[in-house]
Ligand binder design. Structure first.
Ligand SMILES: C[S@@+](CC[C@H](N)C(=O)[O-])C[C@H]1O[C@@H](n2cnc3c(N)ncnc32)[C@H](O)[C@@H]1O
Length: 258
């Protein structure tokens, strides 16, 4: 008897952002293969009898290859188990779900995708950034800061011409390069940017600046997201007056509202 694989999104960090369906599937799991970015309270939903495998990365080093993950997932489902492949955010966004879906289809293993709240949405909500706006942004683009090939394959002029809010996943420490590409593509230096670290967790930090000063942004603890666009200026984070910002770019931690 073949089991089933659920590709499940765990959301951006706050365990309360897990969907009801994801929670139900986790509670019924026989085996869970999870990524590093999945919060501990989420994993506590998994029943005690279930097999739990941490197949995430540590310090940028891959512990388990994608092929090993695929094989393990298929072997577990092939033995009749309900398997949850649990990924941070949404499984279909920068989550290698395409490779896993292809392997499952090829092996004729039944699967289902349970979406999650992607990091961009969690970060925007936490920093109160409207990702679209009737006056200033009619499009939203998610782009990876580094590609699998190691080369920057992003068509920056095309993105800028859309007038979109740009969310850069996995920006790494490459703020200067990203800013240079966007300026070269025609985006004005005064466009607002925010680096959001560990969004929706108690360690969340938001650093607000403008494109012309992005290169000076501090490297905040990972995971981080970079949001660029006029809408970022609507964040509840106050921008320093330009002359002060030049002198002292600032980072601030979100304090809980009283
Ligand atoms: C491999 S991608 C996975 C994205 C995930 N599937 C999603 O939908 O959010 C990992 C990247 O997502 C972003 N990310 C994930 N969780 C985050 C968080 N809580 N705060 C900021 N960025 C986050 C970071 O850019 C991180 O490098």
């Amino acid at each position: 008897m073949t089991g089933k694989v659920y590709l499940v999104g765990a959301g951006p960090g706050d365990p309360e952002l897990l969907t009801l369906k994801a929670a139900r599937v986790l509670r019924n799991a026989d085996a869970v293969l999870h990524d590093e970015l999945v919060a501990e309270p989420t994993l506590q939903l998994v029943p005690r009898h279930a097999q739990v495998y941490d197949v995430g990365k540590r310090c940028g080093e891959k512990k388990v290859t994608q092929e090993e993950i695929n094989s393990l997932m298929m072997a577990l489902a092939g033995s009749g188990l309900q398997v949850v492949r649990l990924k941070g955010g949404d499984p279909l966004i920068f989550g290698r779900a395409g490779e896993e879906i292809a392997a499952l289809r090829q092996a004729s293993i039944p699967f289902e995708i349970v979406p999650g709240i992607t990091a961009a949405l969690g970060a925007a909500a936490a920093a109160e950034i409207p990702l679209t706006h009737r006056q200033s942004s009619h499009a939203l683009v998610f782009v990876a800061g580094h590609s699998a090939s190691g080369f920057d394959e992003t068509d920056w002029p095309a993105l800028v011409s859309l007038g979109a809010t740009i969310v850069v996943y996995m920006p790494g420490p490459h703020y200067a390069k990203i800013a240079q590409n966007l300026r070269a593509a025609g985006l004005e230096g005064e466009v607002a940017c925010a680096v959001i670290s560990k969004a929706t967790t108690p360690q969340e930090q938001v650093y607000s600046t403008t494109l012309q000063h992005l290169a000076e942004a501090p490297v905040l603890p990972t995971p981080t997201l970079l949001v660029i666009g006029r809408v970022v200026g609507q964040s509840r984070h106050q921008f320093l007056p330009a002359e002060l910002e030049n002198a002292a770019p600032f980072a601030r931690r979100l304090e809980p509202e009283l």
